[in-house]
Design a protein around this ligand. Structure first.
Ligand SMILES: C=CC1=C(C)c2cc3[nH]c(cc4nc(cc5[nH]c(cc1n2)c(C)c5CCC(=O)O)C(CCC(=O)O)=C4C)c(C)c3C=C
Ligand code: FES
Ligand SMILES: [Fe+2]
Length: 411
């Protein structure tokens, strides 16, 4: 006797699909949204972190006011709210003149948006399993601010119980608690406010649903080193062949107050790591020194200063000097004004003291960003081991909490 199965578990007749019409076939062949195309783990938000800069001279006041209010950069304790605005107000006219002299504003927004968008296009090809990659820029002191970026991500469908993966990708190759550390503390703050248990967008299901991971430092990444080396080689070609190998390479990085260095900040060692890797790639042909620029205020800063190093070398008879900005990936007042206008302009030897181009739109650099991001996305790692360790002299609760959060993410 044939066994009669209940309707619910009776095997279904195999489905035979009708052949699609020509119009349906065209529609099926058209990529709608890459998420459905590759059935991978995307979309992935790629968030570039940086300090930002004022796009116009009118934005300088707000930029400096946010910068001087940042206790991770300029710790003024309980007086931060009073002294910060006073210092920024006093400094605004001077800095406005500098931005006016470099074309009326900082090019950092233009470069960051370009670099991030181009990197995402490459990532869609080389990392289809995490595609589509959506570019975001989050600045610490200028538009687009971290808060605006986070709200945009939520509006775009990340979080709000829907999850999604986001990578915070610092655009400072070398880690300092005053730069990348500050940006991560800010990101963590807005994550708590917007997505955390008490946040207005909390869905009651848990403590935020976006999975964050961090590319927190990349001082000796081969692609970064290659991009720097190619720009240096291009500039060296402008010197006559007989003197080219004797040009002194002066790597220049933004300085740090000695209080920050002595707290145990990783930045000086990481800048040195970049310089060594670049010199190795250049076969150590030219003599070189690392010096530090852009000191602000009366307290002691890490030296030697870039400007006095140039003066002293010239006084010793060394005129062929090549300045290499090594701790920032696009142009800013420190390159366009301080180095070009002040250091080189006032050296009296603008014909032989030159500056290497910033990385800006370098395709080698953008490819390096994509390679770095691809390795990170496939690594299953939330952040570097170094990120979990606080500076020996750190007393900041913000650092403790934000590091704990990022290091505990499971991706
Ligand atoms: C790797 C880069 C930078 C480090 C490290 C850094 C540390 C640091 N900076 C200040 C104070 C100021 N920095 C200012 C501007 C500024 N800083 C950097 C980079 C680093 N800073 C850049 C690229 C810029 C210019 C931005 C642009 O042009 O787009 C300013 C404002 C300008 C001024 O008033 O001179 C201040 C102030 C401290 C105290 C610090 C370490 C603790
Ligand atoms: S200051 Fe470096 S970890 Fe807090
Ligand atoms: Fe600075």
């Amino acid at each position: 006797m044939a066994l009669r199965l209940p309707a619910a578990i009776r095997p279904l007749r195999p489905l035979t699909l009708a052949k699609p019409s020509a119009q349906q076939a065209r529609w099926l062949a058209t990529p709608v949204f890459p998420v459905t195309q590759n059935a991978g783990r995307g979309p992935t938000a790629m968030v570039f972190l940086n300090m930002g800069g004022p796009s116009t001279t009118d934005e300088v006041g707000d930029f400096l006011s946010r910068l001087f209010s940042d206790g991770d950069l300029i710790p003024l304790g309980r007086l931060q709210g009073y002294i910060g605005p006073l210092l920024s107000k006093r400094r605004t006219p001077k800095i406005q003149k500098q931005y006016a002299a470099i074309g009326g504003g900082s090019p950092i927004r233009k470069w960051s948006e370009h670099q991030c968008a181009e990197m995402c296009k490459i990532l869609d090809k080389i990392s289809p399993e995490t595609a589509p990659h959506k570019p975001y820029v989050a600045f610490r002191y200028a538009n687009p601010l971290t808060e605006d970026m986070y709200r945009q991500m939520l509006a775009d469908g990340f979080g709000n119980g829907r999850g999604g993966r986001a990578v915070a990708f610092t655009q400072y190759p070398q880690y300092s608690c005053s730069t990348t550390g500050s940006s991560l503390n800010e990101l963590w703050k807005w994550r708590q406010r917007l997505e955390g248990k008490a946040g207005p967008l909390d869905d009651g299901k848990g403590d935020g649903t976006i999975k964050w991971s961090v590319i927190d430092r990349w001082p000796a990444h081969p692609g970064l080193v290659e991009a720097f080396a190619q720009n240096i080689e291009a500039k060296l070609m402008e010197y006559p062949e007989e003197t080219r190998d004797k040009v002194v390479l002066l790597f220049s990085a933004h300085s740090l107050p000695m209080t920050v260095v002595n707290r145990g900040d990783p930045y000086p060692a990481e800048v040195a790591a970049t310089v060594h890797a670049v010199m190795q790639r250049l076969n150590n042909v030219n003599p070189w020194r690392l010096c530090w620029q852009s000191q602000v205020g009366p307290q002691p800063w890490l030296g030697p200063q870039t400007s006095s190093s140039v003066e002293n070398f010239i006084a010793k008879g060394q005129k062929d000097l090549l300045l290499i900005p090594i701790a920032f990936t696009s142009d800013h007042i420190e390159t366009l004004y301080e180095l070009d206008e002040e250091v080189i302009g006032e050296s009296g030897h603008a014909d032989t003291v030159k500056r290497v181009e910033s990385l800006n739109g370098s395709p080698v650099f953008i490819q390096a960003l994509a390679d770095l991001a691809k390795s990170h996305l496939g690594s299953g790692v939330a952040c570097s081991t170094q990120m979990g360790l606080r500076c020996p002299g750190c007393k900041s609760e913000r650092c403790a909490e934000s590091k704990k959060f990022f290091a505990s993410q499971r991706v």
